[in-house]
Design a protein around this ligand. Structure first.
Ligand code: GAR
Length: 207
């Protein structure tokens, strides 16, 4: 059983998609061992607890500086002894020490087709605002391994989504979630848990 820890910041619809996929047997060989949020009040913690998954919060606001937070955060992560860490809408930068300790064992969902609309400043609704401003006709979502560079790690899966003429950022965000994120993130976890993913340089090969 692959021990999976999910990190969240917001509403947790991707977390819910993972929980549902596991309950429906679409993810196998996985134990959801915990959820960590950087925010004490989020709906995600409730979703986790409703599913019987231990959930805790670690907030940068409770620490004097980022170095102290990073230390406490890594300690909290290590307590779960995860084999795989899933960033499901986690909007805090992953400390370099954690990236190297969990090399090729941290994955992230991003709401665009990387390398478009990604990197510093591109998160959540902002990604969709930028896509609409630029006038792209197709956007989507990407699951990738986490490396030190923001949104730069090897790409595991992508799915395209059509932009409609009268989309608002909120409408587009929802469509990208429904048609891409909630499908490719659980699928990627299942692929990793069942040994179907190999990393060769910057490319991910699905076996
Ligand atoms: C999702 O759209 C996810 O792709 C995005 O935040 C949202 C979280 O929603 N992540 C990023 O922008 C990461 N750069 P959720 O809490 O409902 O899953």
């Amino acid at each position: 059983m692959l021990r999976v820890l999910v990190l969240v910041s917001g509403g947790g619809t991707n977390l819910q998609a993972i929980i549902d996929a596991k309950n429906e047997g679409k993810i196998t060989g996985v134990e959801l061992v915990g959820v960590i949020s950087n925010n004490k009040t989020v709906k995600s913690l409730e979703r986790a607890r409703n599913a019987g998954i231990p959930a805790v919060s670690v907030s940068p606001k409770d620490y004097e500086n980022r170095a102290l937070f990073n230390e406490a955060f890594l300690e909290e992560v290590n307590k779960f002894t995860p084999d795989l860490i899933v960033l499901a809408g986690f909007l805090v930068a992953i400390p370099p020490k954690m990236v190297s300790q969990y090399s090729n064992r941290i994955i992230n969902i991003h709401p665009s087709l990387i390398p478009s609309f990604c990197g510093v400043g591109y998160y959540g609704l902002k990604v969709h605002e930028k896509a609409l401003e630029r006038g792209v006709k197709v956007t989507g979502a990407t699951v990738h391994f986490v490396t030190e560079g923001m949104d730069e790690g090897p790409i595991i899966a992508q799915k395209a989504v059509v932009v409609e003429d009268n989309d608002t950022p909120e409408v587009l965000q929802r469509r990208v979630m429904e048609q891409a994120e909630w499908l490719i993130l659980p699928q990627a976890i299942d692929d990793i848990a069942n040994g179907r993913i190999a990393v060769e340089g910057h490319r991910v090969i699905k076996k």
